[in-house]
Design a protein around this ligand. Structure first.
Ligand SMILES: *Cc1c(COP(=O)(O)O)cnc(C)c1O
Length: 437
């Protein structure tokens, strides 16, 4: 690989020859010089598309816009750019115009599960709060492609206030996940205001921020930003590395700033065909992340959003990757592999099977090496009957400290106190016949 500093200077020269590489580290300069058209892209990278290809790309651009920071562009290796993982994630492909029959505009029903604009309330105790709809780089695999560049969905201050009100009025919300767009596209002052408002709500225990800035514009992680975040602890940050090539000296410096500020860091990777659908690439990536104090959190199966057909792998590929990770490397370097259920079911973990069989007092398990083993269950385990009357229980949960809400789903079926025997879909013929009677 040629010297990275050398390539940076080349690209800076092509942008504005009188400017020096110091400006490279200025995030506002990077944003001002974001690449939004094919000509600039060709010029900066020193490549050329032929006429036919260009027409196809332009058609794609009409539907899904392009934006790449000079920093992220500089990570593309021009020699074999078509197979380059940075190029594939950032530059439009005509394949985006292919819409498969099962594709959806909003596969996760985020707009459906939205009690007020900007809030998706899907899980009992936490909400997704969209506070920005812009990003410094438009990921080609974005699950919210429908909103990219859509000026009508920019959350204005009154929207954000309504979202904050919703959270304040719903005491079960203990975890607020700020997302977008990229929340770090907002100014330090504005973020400080949002975080202050959220922090003033007593039941908000943790605030999480999802941002790809450490990957696509690491210079956004300034000392000033980190000072703002630190004031509102506990703040967790989740970022989005997909390939080892994205872990550069600059991104490492950004991660270090965040980690040194006491912010627990997580990473969400999307499994992408042609980019990272290889267990060796992902294992390398996860090792690099933990070296930089980032915990691999989720590995996502690619969503069913429109324009992502060419990025999707089989689910088997994901399970194969998990098989190569679990047991083979540090537990904390292994993310959970999840499929975000179409229709708004939320994230569903998927794993190889480790539980092979079962009797009344034994379970049979296999490990990563193929060793088959048995675990003898205790002969006399006295389960604790739970009627949720903690005062009469010998276990010491002090419920005055732990607010509790309804139990739902399979957990409810398992519980002692709820008499429900089954979860039944509403729209079966059998249920309809009952309604008639
Ligand atoms: C992913 C997600 C969350 C957070 O889920 P965790 O599993 O707690 O990380 C919350 N709300 C929505 C709508 C989500 O998609």
């Amino acid at each position: 690989m040629e010297s990275y500093e050398g390539r940076q200077q080349e690209i800076v020269d092509r942008i504005e020859s009188e400017e020096t590489v110091t400006l490279w580290h200025n995030w506002e300069w990077q944003l001002r010089h974001s690449v939004n058209d094919i000509d600039t892209f060709q010029r900066l990278l020193g490549v050329k598309f032929d006429e036919e290809e260009r027409e196809e790309i332009e058609k794609t651009l009409d539907k899904f816009p392009l934006s790449i920071t000079p920093y992220y562009l500089s990570l593309i290796e021009a020699e074999d750019f078509r197979n380059d993982p940075i190029f594939m994630q950032s530059f439009p492909s005509p394949h985006e115009l292919m819409v498969a029959v099962d594709d959806m505009e909003d596969p996760l029903s985020e707009d459906h599960d939205s009690p007020v604009a900007g809030i998706t309330h899907r899980y009992p105790d936490r909400v997704l709060f969209h506070i920005s709809n812009v990003c410094s780089m438009y990921c080609r695999h974005c699950t919210r492609k429908r909103k990219v560049g859509d000026i009508d969905s920019i959350p204005v201050k009154s929207d954000v206030l309504r979202g904050i009100d919703y959270i304040a009025n719903n005491p079960q919300v203990r975890d607020v996940l700020l997302s977008g767009g990229d929340p770090f596209m907002l100014s330090d002052e504005y973020l400080d205001w949002i975080l202050t408002e959220l922090r003033s709500i007593p039941h908000v225990e943790v605030i999480r921020i999802g941002s790809r800035m450490p990957v696509v514009l690491p210079y956004r992680i300034t000392n000033g930003l980190v000072e703002v975040l630190k004031k509102h602890h506990p703040i967790w940050v989740n970022t989005h590395f997909n390939h080892p090539r994205e872990v550069t000296a600059s991104s490492k410096a950004a991660l270090k700033k965040l980690a040194d500020a006491g912010i627990p860091l997580g990473n969400q990777t999307v499994l992408l065909a042609g980019v990272n659908d290889c267990y060796r690439i992902l294992k390398k990536l996860f090792h690099m992340l933990v070296q930089n104090r980032v915990r691999p959190y989720y590995l996502y199966q690619c969503d069913l959003s429109e324009g992502l057909t060419h990025f999707r792998t089989s689910v088997g590929k994901g399970i194969e990757i998990m098989e190569h990770l679990i047991g083979h490397t540090s537990g904390f370097a292994v993310p959970s592999y999840v499929i975000d259920a179409p229709g708004g079911g939320g994230k569903i973990p998927v794993m190889p099977n480790y539980l092979i069989s079962w009797s009344t007092n034994k379970v049979i398990l296999r490990n990563y090496e193929g060793v088959i083993t048995s675990y003898k269950e205790p002969d006399s385990y006295e389960p604790i009957y739970c009627d949720r009357k903690c005062d009469d229980c010998k276990l010491q949960l002090k419920l005055d400290e732990a607010e509790e809400f309804r139990s739902v789903g399979i957990a409810r079926l398992l519980s002692d106190f709820d008499k429900d025997l089954s979860l039944i879909p509403e729209d079966t013929d059998r249920m309809e016949r009952r309604n008639v009677e």
